[in-house]
Design a protein around this ligand. Sequence first.
Ligand SMILES: Nc1nc2c(ncn2[C@@H]2O[C@H](COP(=O)(O)OP(=O)(O)OP(=O)(O)O)[C@@H](O)[C@H]2O)c(=O)[nH]1
Length: 524
Amino acid sequence: MPPPGPSRLRNLRLPLLVGLLSLALTGWLWHHENQAAEARMQTDFDFSVRQSVSRIEERIASYEQMLRAARGLFEASDAVSRDDFQSFVSALMGGSAPSGLQLMAFTPLLPAGQIPGHVATRRALGDADYAIRPGDGSGPVAPVTYIAPPTPGNRAALGHNLYADPLRRKAMLQARDSGGIAITSRIALRLDAPHNKPAFAMYLALYTRGQPDDTPASRQAAVYGWVHIAFRLADLIASMPGEGSPGIALRIYDGPEALAERLMFDSEPEADSPLPRFTAIKHIEFPQHRWALQVRSTPAFELGQSNKPARIIAGAGVCVSLLLALFTWQLVTGRARAFARAQAMTRELREREEYMRHMAQHDPLTQLPNRALFSDRLQAALARARRERSRAALMFVDLDHFKPVNDACGHAVGDSLLIAATERMRECLRESDTLARVGGDEFVVLLPHIDSRDDARQVAERIRTSIALPFQIGPHQIDISASIGICIFPEHAGDEVSLMKCADTAMYQAKDAGRDRLFFADEA
Ligand SMILES: Nc1nc2c(ncn2[C@@H]2O[C@H](COP(=O)(O)OP(=O)(O)OP(=O)(O)O)[C@@H](O)[C@H]2O)c(=O)[nH]1
């Protein structure tokens, strides 16, 4: 394949430019749509994060409300019995604990001196194996006294001295001093032993009615116990309404920072994608305590957010760019092709016209002017000779015994002989003279300007002599001659027709005189 020429390269330039511009526009749109999709994904992710945080906060708030309702029960009654408490909690929970809550309990604060009476009372009221543990009776205790729902697992916590556990005690004292709720750090529930499932306890202190409780000091003096709840974090998350957000993974850390050793909950422990596309750290705030929530997207999130418009823009943009480039190429080359074709057609028409004109004026065998063209030139020469009062000569040249050549050697040899004879005659003439073929073996010669009849005689003699020399046509050596009639303007004739006629007559006289000779018109 030949290398593309400059015009082909020129023709490619505009389609390439159009294609590249269209591709650039496609790229810009694609980039723009990707950015919009990224922003949409970020918005969706942020929404999922907010949703996750607020669902947990709502659940925690509902726990707090339950505690405040329980405190209301104690504040409204002189004495709340175990059955009262259990009925109340049962009503509060709707008969079970659907909210991820494991238990609600009442824990009094007992000075050492009240411990034996407390234990005796509990046993007398039906908790036969009730005992405070651990506890050596040397200091105040906070034993779990009422517990609901009273499942065997929960009941195992009865008598458990919460003051002996530093984490629980810390939260209890916080609740006591603040008057509000307080939450422990991560603890393990007794009923989960030996499995250490992350759990928490939330406390609300109870104060003796009628005593001031508006300062930490007055609250320390007035406190007589706590209502509290305990929940496992996994149960809390599982109990939240709704399906959660697809493609969103959640980790909860006990504390303000996402430290591996403080991880309490991981919604997707198996699918730990090392490089999540989106991540966020949020906090759940408690009085004097914080949880860190690490929210991250998983590959399922990006799949759910697949950027279809960007793919459509890219695909359609590339197709349109190719089509535009092709269309432009067709326009450009179509114009160039039409132009080249028009040029070729014009050239062809000119050549054909030229050929037709040539054919109309020339003899096809010898390419000599024919009778029509010769007539034009004769008229022009005569007009000029009349103007300039000069002389012109007209000769009729007829080959002698040409027919026998045709007959003996064939028509093709006859043709070649005619062409060769033409050449010889042409060599005897000047550029300004005209040699024409007017019949089979008949030629006419116009000498438009002669000074005397001798000029014409010399030319005619040269022609006669050259024709008389042998011709070699292929294998054939041919000897012929020519008879020439000469007519001089204006001596012998004054117009075209007369000149032709008298030259013709003179030629026949040369024939009659024995051929291979020349005759002037006035020699007849
Ligand atoms: N090969 C060939 N022959 C032609 C052509 N045109 C005419 N002729 C032949 O030329 C011959 C001319 O005839 P004439 O001039 O009567 O015969 P001639 O033998 O030359 O006789 P004279 O002129 O009396 O000497 C004829 O036989 C034509 O058929 C042509 O283009 N090619």
